[in-house]
Design a protein around this ligand. Structure first.
Ligand SMILES: *[C@@H]1O[C@H](CO)[C@@H](O)[C@H](O)[C@H]1NC(C)=O
Ligand SMILES: *[C@@H]1O[C@H](CO)[C@@H](O)[C@H](O)[C@H]1NC(C)=O
Ligand SMILES: *[C@@H]1O[C@H](CO)[C@@H](O)[C@H](O)[C@H]1NC(C)=O
Ligand SMILES: *[C@@H]1O[C@H](CO)[C@@H](O)[C@H](O)[C@H]1NC(C)=O
Ligand SMILES: *[C@@H]1O[C@H](CO)[C@@H](O)[C@H](O)[C@H]1NC(C)=O
Ligand SMILES: *[C@@H]1O[C@H](CO)[C@@H](O)[C@H](O)[C@H]1NC(C)=O
Length: 478
């Protein structure tokens, strides 16, 4: 009872004292400049004022003045917390001059902690808490789901970008990927990225892994990976009789044999539909085995060709993409420009062609100008854009996109700018081609095309991706 009375008396006295400014009697120091999340932070308050010290108050002002709590420590032996209901005393420990926040979390980032002596606002000093934390999400390999497959053609130069967002500081990224040529980490705001570049040969299929490590989580690395699948063309086909390889020219005695096998391997492995047998100009079979049901007979003699075709589709390749095309309106007698607008693919070098579909005339380049359009020029046209990848050691691949659009040639609808004695009358009149203009000789006029708007957008075709296939063929003569 006695001590309670004392406290009340003392609070009244201190609050009533007036101070004119920060009196510099309190300094505050922090055990860490940056505290890793999950660890504790000890703040020490140092009072050098001349008044007798009764109480120290710690205030967590939160960040941006979002007040969190006050902890008032009475400076009597032993120092005790001046009771305040609702304060969770499991979150901190204290001594007369220190406050230890037991488990600093990222919620404490930028908390502003103030220490005041004797409840004198002007004596306060503050520190801003800096928490280091690890990113909450694992790193990401841009464009690929972790655990996915990355297809590349053997010997080509490939690269992947790993990216990690969040954490303070940003995580350390490293790659484990073939010969591992890594760029320096690139920081962009709250994200860090690192590119790895590599090349690999057939049968070296392996995993490329990006690891994000962080001092706050020393033994818990986060990773993302792709399985690299190295594609290569089918081998030159070999003929086999009874599982034994034979040369390209063999004599077969009638009736002794019914099947010849064409053998080839690659990645992807050739499937049944990848094999074609041709005799002369005729397709005589598909699949790896050519059959003569009932045996080879007179008339079966000749030259047979086995062709193996597989498609190698690398992950990093994408075709250029055309913008949606309008139905174009043109005015007879005027010049008109067709333009193919597209976004580049990878690789960026693009070949474009404009084709007049009704008679097959084509022009190369992104645009074509018709100098005096007439009705015969109207009709369906096509833009084709194409890129080509030419990796070392493999055949080229072509990515294409096409878009068709109609050109309408309108009869000459005109706007007349009328001027009199070279002074423009500034009036615009729309008239028809057939109208009698009826101006006298002193009036000159200028004819300008009317802008015909078309809002009729027409995406006629989705982009197509087409790979030219590697063909390896070998002849067999019977
Ligand atoms: C408190 O501050 C005074 C004056 O700045 C300094 O001399 C003293 O060492 C400090 N004490 C502690 C415990 O930091
Ligand atoms: C610290 O706080 C976090 C979040 O509240 C909690 O998950 C973790 O278990 C705490 N750690 C300790 C050591 O108390
Ligand atoms: C911390 O809070 C105190 C009390 O509200 C304020 O006077 C001080 O300016 C704040 N410090 C910073 C850096 O915001
Ligand atoms: C990675 O590959 C892409 C596409 O091939 C290319 O545009 C980019 O410049 C490459 N980056 C590096 C760092 O090599
Ligand atoms: C990143 O690595 C460096 C050098 O090993 C280390 O000093 C730093 O603390 C690490 N950063 C993080 C966030 O772990
Ligand atoms: C296709 O049509 C255009 C316009 O009618 C004409 O100029 C061009 O000569 C034609 N080309 C062929 C190959 O017929």
């Amino acid at each position: 009872m006695l001590s309670l009375n004392l406290r009340i008396t003392f609070v009244v006295i201190v609050v009533c004292r007036m101070y004119a400014g920060a009196d510099g009697s309190v300094t505050i120091s922090s055990s860490e400049v940056t505290v890793p999340e999950g660890l504790s932070l000890t703040l020490t308050c140092n009072y050098t004022g001349i008044d007798k010290l009764y109480v120290i108050r710690w205030t967590n002002n939160g960040k941006d003045s979002g007040h969190k709590y006050d902890i008032t420590i009475e400076q009597s032996e032993p120092c005790t917390i001046f009771g305040k209901p609702g304060l969770d005393k499991t979150l901190f420990t204290y001594t007369c001059f220190t406050l230890t926040i037991l488990n600093v979390t990222r919620d404490n980032q930028n908390d502003n902690l103030t220490c005041q002596a004797n409840l004198n606002f002007n004596s306060g000093n503050s520190v801003i808490v800096s928490v280091s934390d690890a990113p909450s999400d694992p790193p990401v390999i841009e464009g690929y789901a972790s655990g996915g497959t990355y297809n590349m053609i053997e010997n080509s130069i490939e690269n992947l970008t790993c990216s990690s967002s969040g954490g303070n500081p940003l995580a350390n990224l490293t790659w484990s990927c073939f010969n591992n040529q890594m760029s320096s980490p690139i920081e962009q705001g709250r994200t860090v990225k690192r590119v790895v570049q590599w090349t690999a040969r057939r049968n070296e299929n392996a995993r490329c892994t990006c690891t994000a490590s962080h001092a706050v989580r020393p033994n818990k690395h986060q990773t993302a990976f792709v399985n690299v699948n190295i594609l290569y063309s089918p081998s030159t086909p070999l003929f086999k009789l009874d599982n034994t390889a034979v040369g390209s020219s063999i004599r077969i005695v009638s009736d002794t044999i019914q099947t010849v096998e064409c053998d080839s391997s690659g990645n992807p492995y050739p499937t049944t539909s990848d094999f074609t047998w041709i005799k002369g100009t005729n397709v005589v079979g598909t699949g790896p085995v050519l059959n003569w049901p009932g045996g080879v007979m007179v008339g079966d003699d000749g030259s047979y060709t086995c062709t193996v075709e597989t498609t190698l589709t690398p992950s990093d390749q994408n075709p250029p993409k055309l913008q949606t095309f309008t139905r174009e309106s043109a005015l007879e007698g005027y010049s008109f420009m067709i333009q193919c607008v597209y976004s580049v693919g990878n690789p960026a070098r693009t070949k474009s062609t404009i084709t007049r579909l009704f008679n097959g005339t084509s022009w190369s380049g992104d645009s074509h100008t018709m100098h005096s359009i007439n009705r015969a020029d109207a009709g369906l046209h096509r833009c084709t854009v194409e890129n080509t990848m030419d990796p070392t050691g493999a055949d080229t691949q072509t990515g294409t996109d096409t878009a068709d659009f109609e050109i309408n040639a309108h009869p000459d609808l005109q706007t007349i700018t009328v001027s009199y004695d070279e002074i423009s009358l500034d009036s615009y009149t729309e008239i028809q081609e057939s109208d009698n203009l009826g101006f006298n000789a002193a009036v000159t006029y200028e004819i300008m095309p009317v802008e015909k708007e078309s809002t009729d957008y027409d995406a006629l075709k989705d982009p197509v991706y087409k790979n030219t296939k590697r063909k390896n063929s070998m002849q067999k003569n019977l």
